[in-house]
Design a protein around this ligand. Structure first.
Ligand SMILES: O=C(O)CCC(=O)C(=O)O
Ligand SMILES: [Fe+2]
Length: 368
């Protein structure tokens, strides 16, 4: 946050390196950069993006987030998302489970729908707190516009690399169609410093490892994420332990979501990730993050685009029968999305089966 000097990310924690992709080169269709982006999107499903040109808009969004979270809880709760699986609006800390046992999350966030941003002042889905309305034109729309440009450019790269006809992915992300695309600003409270001599205040290892936001794969197509402090972790393929992603100044973190995994028959990878307290001294600071989620049109059927690409058809042919079944959930983007959100709400929790019912394309559904 402005005016706060943050401690550096420590050197003694396990981190996972990500490829750094230069957005300027991607825009220029640089062959080498495109093959690096392809490698990142298919192997880990996460990469850093530099030269994305959204820094100013990102800073404005963090200010909007701070203004919103500073509102009284009673005011924020007027705009809560509810328990029906809708994502737009405010989510209070503790409203979602982070694991099978129903441990509550600690993050609060404000989500603003792409459709409400583009139709403003006309309401498409819902209304928002005054702090959102006041910055809709000046801050939120410019951020969403920039994010749509960046994510759709990368979507175009994936469309070509997958051997799909021109527009096959683009038309499934038509700007004018209603979708789950949204901006999200997240706040996680800092760890409390133990007061001297107060043994009860000493945090346990268990507490340290508690997820602020539970292990998940993203629901949509491409996520464009900005954070300042550590805390984001990935479970890389072939590992059974979590690795931090080190925040790099000026670099966004991008990742693939379930919808692209489904459209591509598993070629594009939506990888498990979660958020925990930032490591070391950073834990004592509020953690803020910001995401733009590009998601398919609400009514788009989620399934591999085998008729449109021999590359995808071959990928689907090469997996086991059981694995293939996972690629045909038989639902639309909005149904996928609604189920996942609804089943992680604490209010809808019946038992461990609710957590299982909230899962998507997680490669290790047992990982917390
Ligand atoms: O806060 C972060 O760094 C990641 C947030 C995230 O994974 C999400 O909101 O889906
Ligand atoms: Fe995520």
């Amino acid at each position: 946050m402005p005016g706060v000097t943050l401690p550096p990310f420590p050197d003694n924690v396990p981190t996972h390196p990500l490829l750094v992709i230069d957005y300027e080169l991607i825009k220029k269709n640089d062959t080498e950069e495109i093959s690096r982006l392809w490698k990142a999107a298919t192997q880990l499903g996460f990469w850093y993006l530099k030269n994305h040109g959204a820094d100013e808009e990102v800073n404005g969004m963090f200010d909007m987030g701070a203004e919103t979270m500073a509102l009284p809880l009673s005011e924020k709760m007027k705009f809560e998302q509810g328990d029906d699986g809708r994502s737009f609006g405010y989510k209070a800390a503790g409203a979602n489970a982070t694991d099978e046992t129903g441990r509550p999350d600690t993050v609060e966030f404000i989500n603003v729908s792409k459709d409400d941003i583009l139709s403003f002042p006309t309401v498409t889905h819902r209304t928002y707190p005054s702090t959102v309305v006041d910055r809709m034109e000046s801050t939120i729309k410019p951020f969403a516009t920039k994010s749509l440009e960046v994510t759709n450019t990368m979507l175009g790269v994936f469309e070509r690399q997958l051997g799909l006809p021109e527009g096959a992915l683009a038309e499934r992300h038509n700007l004018l169609e209603k979708s789950g695309s949204e901006t999200r600003c997240i706040k996680n409270p800092p760890k409390q410093r133990p007061s001297d001599g107060d043994a009860s205040n000493k945090s346990t290892v268990e507490e340290e490892e508690k997820a602020a936001l539970g292990a998940h794969t993203d629901f949509g197509s491409i996520s464009f994420l900005h954070n300042r402090l550590g805390g984001l972790q990935v479970l890389p393929p072939g590992y059974d332990s979590w690795h931090y992603i080190r925040p790099l100044p000026g670099h966004a973190v991008c990742n693939i979501g379930d919808a692209l995994t489904l459209f591509s028959g598993g070629i594009l990878r939506s990888n498990l990730h979660r958020v925990v307290l930032p490591p070391g001294e950073q834990a004592y600071f509020e953690r803020w993050s910001l995401v733009f989620f590009l998601r398919p049109g609400a009514d788009i059927l989620l399934r591999p685009l085998t008729e449109e690409s021999s590359i995808i058809a071959e990928a689907v042919n090469n997996v086991s029968e059981d694995e293939r079944k996972r690629f045909y959930p038989g639902c639309t983007a909005i149904e996928w999305f609604t189920r996942r959100i609804k089943m992680q709400r604490m209010k809808n929790r019946m038992g461990p089966e609710s957590w299982q019912a909230s899962r998507g394309m997680e490669h290790n559904p047992k990982a917390y």
